[in-house]
Structures are given as C-alpha cells and as structure tokens.
Design a protein around this ligand. Structure first.
Ligand code: CMP
Length: 159
C-alpha cells in the first residue's frame, strides 16, 4: 500500500476522564472499530501534568487552559491510536463538534456530552498535530503494525 496516494492516516483519540468515569470506554471504542478504523495503540493511564501541558500547548494562555489541564489530569484517560483512510477527518466527524450546541445527535459528543470541557473525547485535527500528539502519548514500541482480517472487504481493491 502507498499511504501517500490513498491518505492512510494515524490519529490520536483521548477518551477523557469524564467518559472513563461514566463507563463509556467500550461505547466510544465500538464506534471507531465498527466504522472500520484500526486500533494501533490503546492504553489506560493517568495523564501526567507535563504531558497534558505539552499536548494542549496550542491552548496555553486561553481562559479555559488551567481548568482543561486540571480536568485532564484528574483521573485516568484512555489514549488510542487509530489508523485508516482519511482517519483524521473521519474521527473528527464521529466525535462531533466541540461546542455542545453544535454537536449533532449521532456523534459521540452529540449523544454523550453537554459541557465544552467535559466532552468525552479529544482527537487530532491535522496530520501534523496527529504526529505531534501521538509522539507525546505513545512510545513507538506501543504502536502495532498488523492487518485487520476485514481489511479486504472494508476497502476497494485499488486501496
Ligand atoms: P479538545 O478536543 O480536547 O481540544 C481542546 C479542548 O479545550 C476542547 O476539546 C475542549 O474540551 C476545551 N475547550 C475548547 N474551547 C473551550 C472553551 N471555550 N471553554 C472551555 N473549554 C474549551
């Protein structure tokens, strides 16, 4: 496969502390798996403060920044690396809009969140940010290369 030609992307998803506390991990992972996205890395852990600050560095200085860091380090998160054709855009569509008033029913945030910070999931918003964010949360040895048994039926032969 030539990933440049067919845009196979890897992206970071974080299942946030609110969703882990509410028992939504299985429901969130189910949506990505059933779409056809491949689980490449997955782990549950307490996000260290320095990693949270690195991850959310682009938001440093915004009014919600301190609260966001406090929340993201308050209890365990699940970090996931997903892979698939156009995975970055597809995951953002499955997650739904950040603002609770804009997240469509059927999306994860539209169905499960009502707060802009406690909004169940985070996902990378570009190829560059996905690479940056994955490097913060995953060691390369934690990312798994394998064929899913349904790859042959999920994708057209030219993929
Ligand atoms: P996330 O996808 O994790 O990326 C940055 C996070 O900042 C975002 O989801 C929200 O949880 C949070 N955020 C963005 N805008 C606001 C805001 N206006 N007020 C509070 N939190 C926000």
């Amino acid at each position: 496969m030539d990933s440049d030609l067919i845009d196979i992307h890897r992206t970071l998803v974080i299942i946030k502390p609110d969703a882990v506390q509410r028992g939504l991990v299985g429901e969130v992972v189910r949506r990505f798996e059933h779409k056809g996205l491949k689980l490449v890395g997955l782990k549950l852990f307490n996000l260290p403060s320095e990693k949270a600050k690195e991850l959310y560095q682009p938001h440093h200085g915004k009014s919600f920044y301190n609260y966001l860091i406090e929340f993201m380090t308050s209890s365990p998160i699940v970090a996931i690396c997903l892979e698939g054709v156009n995975a970055i855009d597809i995951v953002r569509m499955i997650n739904g809009a950040t603002k609770p008033t804009e997240a469509q029913p059927g999306s994860i945030r539209g169905d499960y969140s009502i707060d802009i910070t406690r909004n169940v999931v985070h996902a990378s918003d570009s190829v560059e940010n996905a690479a940056r964010e994955l490097a913060i949360l995953f060691d390369p040895s934690e990312l798994n290369e394998y064929q899913r048994i349904d790859d042959g039926i999920l994708y057209s032969p030219e993929c």
